[in-house]
Design a protein around this ligand. Structure first.
Ligand SMILES: [Zn+2]
Ligand SMILES: [Zn+2]
Ligand SMILES: [Zn+2]
Length: 158
């Protein structure tokens, strides 16, 4: 969430609060919001802003709970947990691809036709980056289908 968007949301909440209080003035309770109520709402507003930190990687403002703690800065790391996870996966993937590529070059592993359609031109798809030599052979089309499927599965989980 961008900072502007967040401020907007907090302002909408503030406005609602004021409106709810002023309608009470006209009708039932005849009470204006007390100073305490106003200051409570204000501090909720401010702490809502304070408990956010921006991620250097994805440029989003996220709550502190989305970051690992750190002794520097405002107490949290500059990159959010999900960005750290993604970059770790990317690194693992690169490593795994390098390893399989090397095995093919030295002839230890042979490229196989697509497991789905039998197409000869294939990509070694890693089901687990921790097992770099364990690949599923898929053609371009079925490889991108597999990734779309995995992405879907992930976003449903989230
Ligand atoms: Zn991030
Ligand atoms: Zn195929
Ligand atoms: Zn793949």
């Amino acid at each position: 969430m961008g900072r502007e968007k967040l401020i907007e949301q907090l302002l909408v909440r503030w406005e609602k609060f004021i409106r709810s209080k002023s309608s009470e003035v006209d009708s039932v309770s005849k009470s204006k919001p007390s100073l305490l109520e106003i200051s409570n709402e204000m501090s909720a507003f401010i702490s809502g802003m304070e408990k956010l930190s921006s991620c250097f990687q994805c440029k989003q403002y996220k709550p502190f709970s989305s970051f690992h703690k750190s002794k520097s800065r405002n107490g949290v790391q500059s990159i959010c947990k999900s960005c750290i996870k993604i970059s770790r996966e990317v690194l693992k993937h690169q490593e795994a691809r390098k390893k399989i590529g090397h095995q093919i070059i030295i002839g230890k592993i042979k490229r196989k036709p697509c497991e789905v359609c039998g197409e000869k031109k294939t990509i070694g798809h890693h089901t687990d980056y921790n097992k770099p030599l364990d690949v599923k052979w898929l053609c371009r089309k079925h490889h991108s289908e597999e990734h779309a499927r995995l992405k879907n599965k992930l976003s449903i989980k989230n």
